[in-house]
Design a protein. Structure first.
Length: 147
């Protein structure tokens, strides 16, 4: 880890995470239970220079957040155990994550699904199947708006 400046950041409920304060690349946490979807999105984002941290479920996501501070979170909505709506609400309760954009990435395309995602605390909504040609520009819009 030569050349990295690591800083410990205290989070809600006395949880600590490590933040790479020298990194140029945004870190994206992708919460998705489908390994094929994770592989596709990881390949696209890594090829564009993003660091990608993956979580297969809500429990994994909460653990990953302790290990790295994401610049943006891509949130699958339909997951076992705890859905993306509930996980988003839980993440929004952590003050240090208030400014981190959470984007719903979901196959839920019925009337009201977008609104439900936004009400749960998501900042945006992207429909599956994902258009890999526009994914990075959509992510960049959220990252730019955050700053």
């Amino acid at each position: 880890m030569a050349g990295l400046s690591i800083r410990r950041v205290k989070l809600h409920a006395e949880v600590c995470i490590l933040m790479d304060v020298a990194a140029n690349k945004p870190t994206i946490l992708y919460v998705e239970d489908n390994p094929d979807n994770r592989l596709l999105i990881r390949r696209v984002l890594v090829s564009e220079g993003y660091d990608v941290v993956e979580a297969a479920n809500a429990r994994d996501a909460l653990e990953r957040i302790k290990e790295s501070a994401p610049s943006l979170i891509l949130m699958d909505i339909n997951m076992p155990d705890m859905d993306g709506y509930a996980l988003t609400a839980k993440l929004r309760a952590i003050p240090e994550l208030n400014r981190v954009p959470i984007i719903a990435l979901t196959a839920n395309v019925m009337k009201g699904d977008r609104e439900r995602s936004l009400e749960a605390g998501c900042d945006g909504y992207l429909q599956k199947p994902i258009d890999i040609d526009t994914l990075t520009s959509q992510i960049e819009k959220f990252l730019t708006a955050k700053r």
